[in-house]
Each structure stands twice: as C-alpha cells, then as structure tokens.
Write a protein that binds this ligand. Structure first.
Ligand SMILES: O=C(O)CCC(=O)N[C@@H](CCC(=O)O)C(=O)O
Ligand SMILES: [Zn+2]
Length: 334
C-alpha cells in the first residue's frame, strides 16, 4: 500500500478497518501506518521524548480529532520537524463514521486489560491499541513517556476545559504537568482516587507514562468545531513535538479530588438533577444525588460537585464522579 497523500482523518474515514502496516514517505525522519487511525513517527534526530496523542476514543468527540489531524498534516508535509517519537491514535474509526460515542461497548472502559471481560466490537480494538502502545513504549529511549488522551464532554461545564489525572497509587504528581495543563488553556484538574479502565490510566499504570485525559469543550459533529478555542493547545503541542519542552504557566490550575464514583447499580438508577445540569455543579450536604432500588447516594460535604453525570449506560458502569475542591498543600508534588 502506498500512502495516498491524503490526511489521516480522511484516510481513516475511508478505510476504518484497514489492518495493514506500511511506510509513509517523509522528507525528514520516518513514519508508518500501523492500522486503522494509527500512525507512528520517528524523528531523524535522537528523540527527546516518546509522545502519544490520542483522540476519538469516543467517535463523536470530533474537535480533538480535527486538531490532531491538522498537526499531522504539518508533520507529513514537512512544515513541522519532529524531534520526539510520536504515536497518533484515532481511537474508534467506526464510531467516528457513525458519529457515535461507541458502537457496542464504551472503548474507554476496556483498557488496562479490561477488554478480556467484555463482549463487543470494541474489545478487539482495545487489545490492538494496547499492543501498539506497548510496541511504541518498548522502543522508548530518552526523555519522558507522555500521553494526552483528548476528549470532549457530553454536557456543558462550569469549567469548559479540564483534565483527569490518573490515580497515582500515592506517587507524587509532577508539577510540570499541571503547569502544562494550565498553559494549554485548561481550568481544572480532577485527581482520580482509584484505578480505572480508561486509556490514560492504562498508559500511566502499565508504561509509567505521564498521562491525562483532557476534556476540550462540548461534543460537536465534524466541521462544526471552533478550533480557534484550542489554539493554546495547538501551539503547545507544536512546541513539545519540535523542541521537546512542555509549555508552562505560572498561574495555578484549580484542583479537585475525586471523592466517589457513582455506579449505575440497577435499571431504575436515577440522578436527581435536571438534564441540562452542567459539569461541576455543586450541592449542599445531605442532598440525595442518586437513588435506585439498590442504593442511594447522599452528598457528604457542602460544595461537593458532580462531573460526567450519565445514566444512559449498562448496569455496573460509571454514572458520574463526585469531586471536591482541594488545594496544592494536600498533594505531594515532584
Ligand atoms: O461528558 C461525559 O460524560 C464523558 C466525557 C468523556 O468521555 N470522559 C472520559 C473521561 C475519562 C477519565 O475519567 O479519565 C470518559 O468518560 O471516558
Ligand atoms: Zn470521551
């Protein structure tokens, strides 16, 4: 197969199941197509870092897919010269075509090997992505392993752009990553309180990558995104890929500790909020936030807030995160 000189997004939408591995001609360095939506780049110079940029793990979250696609076009046409190793992943090509979050099962609940316990077309995709990530990081040489998994959110949010930092198992948080997340235009970081089956937890836990899930505004169809809102991110990624430095902001980003994960535990599970309640809406202690025939969840502390509320999912899956504002003194930084 010869790379047809189209962009990765167009090629992926036209070939969502093309399981081939072939080189892509580059003026500087080398690149390979590794399978649907996946390109790996190696710089000509000694690589400064190994970086994974993923988007479209949920097929209808299109803004970051368009942003990463612009970035790749600049690399392939030689406008941007890489000095890092780079693995680009468009997570779920078939859901991208269907303009859906997923087809059969939520891909972002299948990582860290969880695909072995599910059925559905996404299980093979999760296995395949884990394999390509493993191959990529096995050949890591110098610098850091970095992974930013880019998403957009289903509902509005009091903080439009924010990140979820994987659970660290008591390890220190790298200050440089928080300053980077602020510099790319994010307002808040949620600190996860437990292991997860998300892509960003997978790379953090299994490959010691500095990783984060990054939420970049609201879900919109292809062609309807205002990418000018993501300019800080675009510029910071160019900087990272070319000179290997992480853009830094002096302003502190807001921190939230995840205090509880809400799990849908019965078909009649309900959240006591209206359908347009934005992410980070806070509540008074004592409010019954969720109830079902099996359980009820009461807000524990004034100001505790809800992120990612969703009951349109199978029993056993996450129906929301309850988060609490915290400050820098409560965490260990390195
Ligand atoms: O808006 C929503 O409800 C979901 C947006 C989204 O896809 N978020 C990710 C977060 C992953 C994480 O917790 O690291 C997800 O739910 O998979
Ligand atoms: Zn998502």
């Amino acid at each position: 197969m010869i790379w047809p000189n189209k962009d990765l997004l167009q090629f992926t939408l036209e070939n969502p199941t093309l399981l081939e591995d072939f080189p892509i001609a580059m003026d500087s360095g080398s690149a390979r197509y590794l399978g649907p939506g996946i390109l790996q780049f190696e710089p000509e110079s000694t690589p400064l870092h190994s970086v994974i940029l993923s988007a479209g793990i949920h097929g209808n979250e299109t803004a970051p897919i368009e942003l990463i696609n612009q970035l790749i076009n600049r690399i392939v046409d030689g406008t941007t010269t890489l000095n890092v190793r780079l693995l680009v992943i468009f997570g779920h090509p078939e859901a991208m075509i269907a303009q859906q979050r997923f087809c059969e099962v939520n891909l972002n609940r299948l990582f860290n090997g969880q695909w072995q316990h599910y059925k559905g077309q996404e299980t093979e995709r999760a296995r395949f992505i884990e394999e390509k990530v493993e191959d990529f990081f096995v050949s890591h040489g110098h610098g850091q392993k970095l992974h930013y998994d880019l998403h957009t959110a289903i509902r509005g949010s009091q903080f439009e752009k924010f990140a979820i930092h994987p659970f660290t198992h008591s390890a220190a948080y790298p200050k440089e990553q928080f300053a980077f997340l602020k510099a790319i235009g994010l307002e808040a970081v949620l600190l996860s309180h437990e292991p997860a089956s998300t892509f960003s937890y997978h790379t953090y836990k299994n490959h010691s990558a500095q990783s984060a899930t990054v939420e970049l505004g609201a879900v919109r169809p292809f062609g309807e995104n205002d990418l000018s809102k993501l300019e800080d991110l675009f510029e910071a990624l160019i900087q990272l890929l070319t000179d290997g430095s992480l853009a830094q902001s002096d302003e502190e980003i807001k921190l939230f500790q995840v205090v509880d994960t809400l799990i849908k535990d019965a078909e009649d599970y309900q959240l006591n909020i209206s359908s347009d309640t934005p992410n980070f809406t806070s509540f008074k202690a004592g409010k019954t936030l969720a109830h079902s025939s099996q359980s009820h969840y009461t807000i524990k502390q004034d100001g505790d807030a809800l992120v990612f509320p969703n009951t349109n999912l199978p029993i056993g899956q996450r129906a929301g995160l309850v988060v609490r504002a915290t400050d820098w003194r409560s965490i260990t930084l390195e």
